[in-house]
Design a protein around this ligand. Structure first.
Ligand code: ATP
Ligand code: MG
Length: 322
């Protein structure tokens, strides 16, 4: 059994303009030991998808399908069980560390509170916190314990947020654009911390990013999202080495040496992403795709398995050429 399994997972938001289907019929598995990169343009539904995994969707969101964690459907859990799971099994690091850290409580007290599920004295937990701060590369950890989040720089705050998430000993760590708010130098330092955190998570890590270079540096597997769908997913080497979906190909095309050259932002692709209104026929990328042919505008491409390593793609052209 995979650690996390999604089957036909969809999320629809109620809005003034009518229902918005932000995540559409996603099927994906995350295995223990895996680091998965979730990549896609702004608005492609990445945060909505991880919001579902974190059982943190807003009240105007309605999820359907299945989202199994250890075989248990998270969508069917009562609120109390969802709360228990957050911070005890599933942890998150977000773009803004202020969402994880309380502004009016010292770092030390907060890092002790993040260990509430574990036995041990307060002194033990403070000790543990100091060791974790050292592991995420923070100098003078003892001094940091007495400080408040606003006294720290963005990079230090984000490292502390990562330390806090790791102190909960998560089985699934979900980081949603954890370096987007940082300058380039600080970003690289935080990336190193995230790389090292692999050793500390006895399960899986999901990184949400629009930075292909970050995906190649950190992940084993990548899922490419486009307009609420996963258009292609599989092992990093296969997808970056020979992208099958025209959207993935377009993402990588601007980068002649592919992943060797840092692609800090998703490259510009002419045309625009379809609106997430509920009604849609055919492939979402069809209006921007130079390879589109008859079925692309009218039939949803089925998910096709490529090769032996669980790689999937949704593209009529790939199917026709196979
Ligand atoms: P970004 O890269 O900008 O973070 P994203 O891939 O994380 O984008 P989401 O934030 O999941 O995308 O948004 C997907 C779609 O859902 C967008 O069209 C967005 O406007 C819409 N959306 C997100 N949150 C809500 C909400 N609370 N209510 C209504 N619509 C929402
Ligand atoms: Mg987002």
């Amino acid at each position: 059994m995979a650690l996390l399994e999604m089957h036909n997972l969809s999320v629809t938001y109620a809005s003034d303009k009518g229902p918005l289907k932000a995540v559409r019929q996603i099927s994906l598995q995350v295995e223990k030991g895996e680091v998965l990169g979730l990549v896609g343009e702004s608005g492609s539904g990445k945060s909505t998808l991880v919001g579902a995994m974190l059982t943190l969707l807003p009240p105007n969101a309605q999820a359907s399908g299945q989202l199994l964690y250890h075989g248990q459907d998270l969508l069917a859990l009562p609120e109390s069980a969802k709360r228990r799971l957050r911070g005890n099994g599933i942890a998150t690091v977000s773009q803004d560390p202020f969402t994880a850290l309380n502004p009016v409580i010292t770092i030390g007290k907060q890092l002790v509170a993040f260990q509430h599920h574990k036995p041990g004295s307060k002194a033990d937990k403070l000790n543990h916190a100091v060791k974790m701060l050292e592991r995420v590369g923070i100098s003078d950890p003892q001094g940091r314990l007495k400080q408040y989040p606003h006294e720290l720089s963005g990079g230090i705050r984000q490292r502390i947020a990562i330390a806090a998430a790791l102190l909960t000993e998560p089985e699934l760590l979900i980081a949603d654009e954890p370096t987007t708010a940082l300058d380039a130098t600080t970003e690289m330092q935080v990336v190193e911390v995230l790389k090292a955190s692999r050793q500390l998570v006895d399960g899986a890590i999901i990184f949400v990013t629009h930075d292909l270079h970050l995906v190649s540096a950190l992940c084993d597997k990548v899922a490419v999202m486009y307009a609420g769908e996963i258009v292609e997913a599989g092992p990093i080497g296969e997808i970056f080495g020979s992208p099958a979906h025209p959207y993935t190909r377009a993402l990588l095309a601007c980068d002649p040496e592919r992943i060797e050259v840092a692609t800090r932002e998703l490259p510009f692709i002419a045309g625009s992403v379809p609106m997430p209104s509920v009604h849609r026929v055919g492939c979402p990328f069809q209006p921007r795709c130079s390879l589109a042919f008859a079925p692309c505008g009218s039939e949803t491409p089925p998910e096709t398995l490529l090769g032996e390593k669980g790689r999937t793609v949704r593209c009529h052209k790939v199917n026709a050429d196979a």
